[in-house]
Design a binder for this molecule. Sequence first.
Ligand SMILES: Nc1ncnc2c1ncn2[C@@H]1O[C@H](COP(=O)(O)OP(=O)(O)OP(=O)(O)O)[C@@H](O)[C@H]1O
Ligand SMILES: [Mg+2]
Length: 511
Amino acid sequence: MSNVIGRCVGETSLIEVNFISKKMPQVGEYVSLKYDDKNVLGMIESLVRGSVSISDEIFDPQTIAKIKEIEGDDHYIRGSIRILGDINDNLRIPRTPAPPGTEIIPASESDLQGIFQKENSLSLGTLITQDNVEVKVDLEKMFSRHMAILAMTGAGKSNTVAVVVDGILEYNGCVVIFDMHSEYNINFNNGEAKVIHPQINPLYMTFSEMKRLARIGGGAVLQERYFLESYRMASRDIRNGDTKNREFITIMKEYLEAWESGRLSFRGQDVEGDKPIIDVLNKIGDLEQRYSSIINANAGNILSKLELGKANIIDLGSVDEKAAEIIVSHILRNALQNNKKWLRQADSGEKLPLNHPVFFVLEEAHILAPNNRDTESKLWISRIAREGRKFGLGLCLVSQSPKSIDPDSLSQANNMIILRLVEPKDQRHVQSASESLSEDLVQQLPSLNIGEAVVLGLMTKIPALVKIHEHKNKEFGQDLAVIDIWKKSEEDTRKRFEDEKNDVLNLGGDY
Ligand SMILES: Nc1ncnc2c1ncn2[C@@H]1O[C@H](COP(=O)(O)OP(=O)(O)OP(=O)(O)O)[C@@H](O)[C@H]1O
Ligand SMILES: [Mg+2]
C-alpha cells in the first residue's frame, strides 16, 4: 500500500508548502518531499478538513444530513508544511522550492533517529507523533545559549526541570536550582540533591543589596546618605582589620548612634536633624530581625558550598520575595565575578570558590526578572543572559507567566521548551522573544496535554513536538486531594468530640 500522505498544491516556497490529502496526518508529524535528488524534511504545522459539497453557504441541517448520507466521510484535508532542510545536505534549506504535485511521504524513522541522536546529549522524551523516536538535545548548546521552560501552571515545568537536571548530572555537571517552593528535594537518578539553606555574610553584600533588604529607598535621600556612609565606614574598618570582632551590621549601628548622639561629627558637618538617623537605625533593626535566618556574619562565601555532580538546591521556600531576589542576585553576581577571574586569570594563584561551569535554574523567573520593575536579581540575570556563555554560566528561566518576564532576558534564551500555554498575551510575548516559534506552532500550544512540549532552539537541529519523560519522582507537584483532606479533618474533629464526651461521662459528669 502506498504510504503517500498527499501532494503539494498551489505555489510552493523555500520555507513552506501547502498540501491536499485524503488521509489524516498529525500536526507535528515529520514528512519528506523528494525532488531534484533532494530529500527535504518538513513538519506538518496546520491541518483543516473540509467538504466540497457541505459548504458554509448551506443553512438547513436537514440538507446537510442528506448530503452526508450520500457523501459519507469523503472529505479533503488541507494543511501546511514548514520546510526544515535537506537531509542529504546537512539540513540546509534547499535553493529551489518543491514542484507543485510533489508527493508527501512520512519521514523515515532512521532519518529522524539520525537527527535526534547526538553526542553529548540529553534525552528529553519521545516524539509525540512517533513514540519510538527518542528526542535528544545538544547539552553544550543548551548550556551556552540558555533555555526557558514556559507553560501554564500544572503543565509539567518542574517535571521537565527534573529531567533536564538529571541529564546534566549524568555528565557530572554542576546545577543550581533556585527553589522558590521547596519542591526539589527529590531523588535524582544520576546524582544527589544537596539542599542549601542560604546564609549571606553582610561583608560580601553590595551597598545596593543591603539597602534593598533594609527597605531604604524611594525619596529617602537623607536616610540613604547616612546608610551609605555607615556602610562605607564599616567596610573600611573591616578591611583595616579594625573591628575587635564586631560584626558588620553592629559597626554600622555604632557609627549611626555616634552621629546621632553627637559623639562623632558626620563628615565634619552637623547632622541634619536626628530623625533620618533614627529611621535608619530602626530599619537596620527590622532587617536584623526579619532576616535573621539568612544573614550570618560568620557565613563564608556561599559559592564554596556548590558541588559538582550534585543538584544544588538553594531553598527559598521560607524567605520573602525581597530576600529571594537578594539571594539570587548575590549568588549570580558572585558567580559571574568568580568565573571571570577563573577564566581570565587562570594562573594568578588566587584560590577561588568555583572553578567550573554552573547551570542555574530559576523557578518563578517572572518574579526574579520581572518585565515592569527593576530588581537586583533582574540586573544579574540579564547580565548572565548576555555574557554568561563566555564565562561558563548557563541559565534556565522557568515561568508560568511568560508575559511578565523581562523581554531582554527572555530573548537571550535561545532554547525553549514550551508546554501547554493558553493565554494569548503569554503566547505573543514568547513569540516575540523567539524567532523560531511560528504562528502555526503557537496555535498548537493550547492543545498540548500535560508533559507535551514544543522544543525549539539551537539545542535541537529541528523543532519538535515532544512528550517529555515522566520523572520517576511521581509525587512531584501533585494537586492536593482537597476533598479527602476536608473529609478526614471532619472525621478527626468528630472523633475528638466523642472522646471528650466519653471522658466527661466516665468521670460521672453531665454532657
Ligand atoms: N511528562 C510528564 N508525563 C507524565 N506526567 C507529567 C509529566 N509532566 C508533568 N506531569 C504530571 O503533572 C503534574 C504537574 O507537573 P509539574 O509539577 O511539573 O507542573 P508545573 O508546570 O511545574 O506546575 P506549577 O506551575 O504548579 O509549578 C505532576 O503531577 C506530574 O506528575
Ligand atoms: Mg512547578
